[in-house]
Design a protein around this ligand. Structure first.
Ligand SMILES: [Cu+2]
Length: 185
């Protein structure tokens, strides 16, 4: 078996064996809660990093002072300052970027925060199979190092399986060579 054929077959199998890991469709948005550190007049946490599809929930109750959370660019607004706030904003696809927000009554006291929204994972297994290009695959997988490592692990495993199979005699090798030629376009 040629090394190129082995690599292509391994890549194909790796992508088939891990469909859930590389599909953006399966991603469930998470909810990150930002509350109030009333002692210090700060948001807690004051900076979060999420992905597109995630939500930020501004949630506090029983505060001595009324607070709100308003994006400086107007993207979200929890409303008038209140001692009880439960306001959730969903960062849909396409909203990646950095959002500064403030508590209007306490902005001058430093009650400000930052939400970093990263692009959603864009890995798509059909792209990997169709172009079979290692560089393209790595670009696609850059968004998630764990996906990348899984693919490498599977390729190494398949290479080991190949060599074990070859050491057991030529019959299996002849069969897999023919099968692999059939798949080659
Ligand atoms: Cu405040």
């Amino acid at each position: 078996m040629k090394p190129q054929n082995l690599f292509a077959l391994s890549l194909l199998l790796a992508s088939l064996l891990s469909p859930g890991l590389v599909s953006a469709d399966d991603y469930d948005g998470e909810v990150v809660v930002i509350t109030v550190d009333s002692t210090n007049l700060r948001f807690s946490p004051s900076e979060v990093t999420i992905q597109e599809g995630d939500s930020v929930r501004f949630f506090w109750s029983g505060q001595l002072l009324p607070h709100n959370a308003v994006a400086e660019d107007g993207t979200f607004d929890s409303g008038d300052p209140s001692r009880e706030v439960d306001y959730t904003f969903v960062f849909e696809l396409g909203t990646n970027g950095t959002y500064e927000f403030v508590c209007e009554p306490h902005e001058s006291a430093g009650m400000v925060g930052t939400i970093n929204v990263e692009p959603a994972p864009v890995a798509n297994e059909s792209d990997i199979v169709q172009d079979g290009d290692q560089l393209d695959s790595e670009e696609i997988q850059d968004d998630s190092s764990s996906i990348h490592l899984d693919a490498i692990y599977l390729v190494i495993l398949l290479i080991i399986v190949y060599f074990v199979g070859r050491s057991r005699g030529g019959t299996n090798l002849g069969y897999s060579n023919q099968e692999n030629t059939d798949q080659e376009e």
